[in-house]
Each structure stands twice: as C-alpha cells, then as structure tokens.
Design a protein around this ligand. Structure first.
Ligand code: FES
Length: 248
C-alpha cells in the first residue's frame, strides 16, 4: 500500500448523475488492474473525521488516473487529493475466456468499467446489463463493441437464458443499501436459470466501507461457507458466489 498526492486537473460531466475526475499523479497507479481501487480523501487544513472513500479508476494514462464519481458532488480543478492504493485483488479471469457478462443492479457499474476495454482488447466479448437505477448510467461513452442491455427492474431481459448460458464468467455489482440481500437475489436468479453454478463463474463485486484497506481493522470481513472468512479489502472485491452461504 502506498500513499500519493494527486491534483484534480479537470472534471468532465458525463450526465447529471456521473462525472469523471482526471487526477494528475506522478509514479503512482500505472499498475492498477481491473478490480482494484483507491482510498481517497480530499486534502484539507482541517481535521477530517470521515473515512476515506473508495474511488474506482476507469482509465489510466502515464501520470494520470481517471476516476468516476457521483455527479452530485462538487469537485474543483486544483483540489489536492490524498490517495492510498492499490486496494484489493485484480479480477480473476479464466484462462480461456470468450464471453463475459457484467451486471449492475440498481447501482453504477463503475467498479466494472475499467475491465471493459481490457477485455475487449483481449478479444473477449462483453455484455453489460443495467437494471433499475443503473439505467441512469451514460453508456454513450463506452466502447461501441460493448453490448449494453437495459433490463427490466426485476432483472429480466429478452434472451436472458441465452445470455447467461453463453457467459464464461459473470461479475455483479449491486446497490449498497443491502448488498448481501441483493447479491442473494442475483444468486437465486442464476440458480433458476442454470442447472448448476460452477466455481469461478459468478462473482459478486463487494463494496463495503473500508476504513483501513489493509486487512487490519476487520470492518470489511465477509463470512464464507465452512467457517472461512474473506477480507474484502485484501482478497476482494470479487467474491465467488459459490463460497457465500446464501440462505437456501
Ligand atoms: S478495511 Fe480494514 S480490514 Fe478491510
């Protein structure tokens, strides 16, 4: 884990709900991989009692990290940001991968966005399914090769059985109001669509509060099957849903 100081060079509004911050930062972040995030705090002269926020990178250039943030927060060019990173493990893709399904259920697909160009450049087809509030996400800036499906609020869409059967791996983000319950609904939906769910197929991308990001405070722990415990900040954010003890 390293700390760096970044400067907001510019803000680019995608629509009323989302914006991109272009952060200028030297010698930091160039090795960020899809799935990894940063813990950020705006620099201030006053003591700040709040936790750092998880900022998800969406693209990287030399000495520049672009992160996606809610459009409701005001950021100004020139603001200084303290960054800690990298947090978490890169998404664990299968060796042979042809089709990946990404699902954002009632939340921004932001944690999944950086993986899209990476997968497409490796000749992997990618489908992004947006449900409920996720349909506010502006998809016109995403690569044209990406298939986008605007699903119904109950997470159904035409040809759903085919899309799910065709995917080699699935990565899901859900709204954080009750992350486990929403992930449980996704698990149930996939169980109804497939005869069985193999390991390394369906991943929940978890977004708990992360006070330390180091595996030290225990705040982001998730209980798994057979008494195991996963620390999201060091072993996540993607958790194989076959290891989560959802109610039967
Ligand atoms: S944030 Fe402290 S253990 Fe994960």
């Amino acid at each position: 884990m390293r700390e760096a100081t970044a400067i907001i060079e510019r803000t680019v509004r995608l629509n009323e709900h989302y914006q991109h911050l272009h952060l200028s930062v030297e010698n930091f972040g160039s090795d960020l991989k899809p799935g990894q995030s940063l813990l950020a705090r705006l620099a201030s002269d006053r003591w700040d009692p709040y936790l750092r926020e998880t900022w998800w990178p969406v693209s990287l250039k030399p000495d520049e990290i672009v992160v996606e943030r809610p459009g409701s927060i005001t950021y100004e060019p020139g603001q200084v940001v303290s960054l800690l990173g990298m947090v978490g493990q890169p998404f664990r893709y299968k060796r042979t991968l042809r089709n990946v399904l990404l699902i954002a259920d009632n939340t921004a697909p932001t944690p999944l966005i950086m993986s899209i160009p990476w997968l497409l450049s490796n000749r992997v087809s990618v489908t992004l399914v947006l449900t409920g509030e996720a349909n506010q996400y502006p998809t016109n800036k995403l690569p044209p090769e990406l298939e986008v499906i605007n699903a119904e609020d109950d997470m159904t869409w035409p040809n759903m059985v085919m899309t799910v059967g065709w995917a080699d791996q699935v990565f899901v983000v859900v709204k954080g109001d009750d992350e486990m319950q929403r992930m449980g609904r996704v698990w149930e939906r996939f169980n109804n669509l497939r005869a069985s769910i193999d390991k390394q197929y369906l991943f929940g991308v978890m977004q708990p509060a992360q006070p330390c990001g180091l595996g030290a405070c225990g705040a982001c722990q998730l209980s798994l099957r057979e008494g195991e415990i996963c620390t999201i900040c060091t072993q996540g954010p993607a958790v194989d849903m076959t290891s989560i003890p959802f109610p039967e």
